[in-house]
Design a protein around this ligand. Structure first.
Ligand SMILES: Nc1ncnc2c1ncn2[C@@H]1O[C@H](COP(=O)(O)OP(=O)(O)O)[C@@H](O)[C@H]1O
Ligand SMILES: [Mg+2]
Length: 340
């Protein structure tokens, strides 16, 4: 196994201010994340909305500065000339070079494409910014052909395309500078199911062709299962379970992973059902203890719901905050979970 990038005890706390501008609380969006991303493979990050997936991606691109922790880059990314292999220590010139090695695809292609620009300019923009302007027209046509579009699309505007085609344009642009890694943040969540499959297959083909490493963020486990070699399940800013995809799907350990898996639609009527009750607890920590509200406390309504489903063969877990977090323990060779 060859590691391309590793994340070490990464924390990102956002401060919440009151109307006088004083800090009153911290949102622990990432609270000590460790990951090893393997070169040429697809690493999935799954978890429900608010668990810190996008913050993790933004920290990996150094669009936000981490509160603490480190992102260690392999030679494949920094090359040999670099003075440091830590993302947080790169000079601005080194950061510019690093950004060429990592492409990004977001969920909403319309938001990512400037509606006033034609496709030729959108796809060539990264090449122009990085001064790679020789044979730029040929390069743009090649990029479009790679994603199933062609020369005839060069002079059109984003609104003239369907959602799936727009995501193809975003992918073409993300590949313009020959990156090693693509970070894909919910790349198909905004698309119709039939189009989703085409985009996922396109991504798989491109990965083979260019030996790309993918960091694939999604809340959709069926997409994750289809795409990923390995994955981390996140809950409230932490990794609660990490394993190769087969091991995680066949032998989930953490109650939250089990609940997520049981919630994916299935035709199997005998499949075990686990319900997750309550809202996602807030990742906020109040600085003044007296203002802290207990995220773990169950509401009366939730207690009633539990009573109602007891005896119907449905298991349940209650969401909890991670005040008392078990350490990640090793389950088998490459499988870790926070269980006791
Ligand atoms: N710039 C910010 N300022 C304050 N809180 C933020 C900021 N960005 C994200 N958060 C908070 O951090 C937590 C994680 O958010 P995010 O990373 O967007 O989660 P996800 O992508 O998994 O839905 C959420 O509680 C969110 O409200
Ligand atoms: Mg997100």
């Amino acid at each position: 196994m060859k590691t391309i990038l590793s994340v070490k005890n990464l924390k990102k706390y956002f401060s919440v201010k009151n109307s006088w501008g004083n800090d009153v609380a911290l949102v622990k969006a990432l609270d000590g994340v460790d990951l090893e991303i393997e070169s040429g493979k697809t690493f999935g990050i799954v978890g429900e909305s608010g668990c810190g997936k996008t913050t993790l991606m933004r920290t990996l691109l150094r669009l936000v500065e981490p509160t603490s922790g480190s992102v260690v880059l392999s030679e494949e990314i920094v090359g040999e000339q670099g003075s440091s292999n830590k993302l947080e220590e790169l000079s601005s010139e080194e950061l510019r070079k690093f950004r060429r090695k990592i492409g990004v695809v977001f969920q909403d292609p319309m938001g990512a494409l400037n509606p006033r620009m034609i496709i030729k300019d959108i796809v060539s923009e990264p090449l122009v910014i990085h001064g790679k302007t020789d044979r730029i027209r040929e390069k743009v046509i090649e990029l479009l052909e790679n994603v199933g579009l062609s020369e005839e699309h060069l002079y059109r505007y984003p609104h003239e395309f369907s959602g799936g085609q727009r995501q193809r344009i975003v992918i073409a642009r993300a590949l313009a500078l020959d990156p090693k890694i693509l970070v894909l943040d919910e790349p198909t969540s905004a698309l119709d199911v039939s189009v989703q499959a085409q985009i996922l297959n396109l991504l798989n083909d491109l990965q083979k062709k260019y030996d790309l490493t993918y960091i694939f963020i999604s809340h959709d486990l069926s997409v994750i299962e289809y795409m990923c070699d390995r994955l981390a399940v996140m809950y409230l800013g932490r990794v609660v379970e990490e394993a190769d995809t087969d091991a995680l799907f066949s032998n989930p350990q953490h109650p939250y992973t089990k609940a997520l898996l049981s919630a994916t639609p299935s035709f199997d009527k005998n499949k075990e059902k686990i319900m997750i009750l309550g809202d996602v607890p807030s990742p906020i920590t109040y600085l003044d203890e007296s203002k802290a509200k207990l995220a773990t406390e169950m509401t009366e309504q939730e207690k009633l719901e539990i009573k109602a489903i007891e005896g119907k063969g449905i298991d349940y877990i209650v969401r909890s905050s991670l005040n008392d977090v078990p350490p990640l323990i090793q389950i088998s060779d490459r499988h870790y979970a926070r269980v006791r």
